[in-house]
Ligand binder design. Sequence first.
Ligand code: AP5
Length: 204
Amino acid sequence: NFDPSEATVVFVLGGPGAGKGTQCEKIKNDYKFVHLSAGDLLREEQKREGSEYGELIQNYIRDGLIVPMEVTIALLKNAMKESFEKENKTHFLIDGFPRKMDQAEKFEETVVEPKFVLYFKCSEEVLLKRLLERGETSGRVDDNIESIKKRFRVFEETSLPVIEAYEKRDKVRQINSEQTVEEVYSDVKKVFESLGLRDHLFYT
Ligand code: AP5
């Protein structure tokens, strides 16, 4: 039976376009974590036929707003349970979550405390350039200048305070994500190695 309080969870945070998804894909190969992106789970749920939340999710994402907590947490818990039941996975990179204090509190209350928070720090200038470039091919409804600006404001006003709260608890590992993808990943690896997480490889 899946006991979420036994899971190892790393929250992966950073502004829109900071490279959370790019780096999580690398980490999951080297360290055998499961990568769960809150944004991807929401986009999948939005497309799922018969979903009662489809329209609601679509509207929040298009406007760059934080989707109501109940929906996001339920999707994450369900994905964790499925990974455990199908593949016996217990280590999770949770990307793009929590974005608001209430999400952090609820997750800790009902799932588990994160082992640490990986924070990809990047200036808005660099983020904007990346997202506008990606917008040409991503097909994402929120990769346009209005939505991007809204996402920046939400990040600064609502999500940064979450990172600051974890900083006070000495849980944040900050990485400069303005470097190249490989340079960023080299810093990421140092964090995982220093915490002994490579050992996890031998038990899966
Ligand atoms: P989400 O899908 O999480 O989007 P985001 O946080 O805005 O981040 P992105 O996915 O755009 O970027 P990323 O940091 O993963 O960067 P990537 O690796 O793609 O969320 C979207 C929406 O869903 C939210 O606005 C909200 O509405 C909703 N939502 C999500 N989570 C929620 C939650 N917890 N609660 C409620 N609602 C939620 O890289 C970006 C680009 O840059 C790529 O093209 C990449 O190739 C390039 N790149 C990456 N790294 C580098 C580098 N080092 N150098 C050069 N280029 C790089």
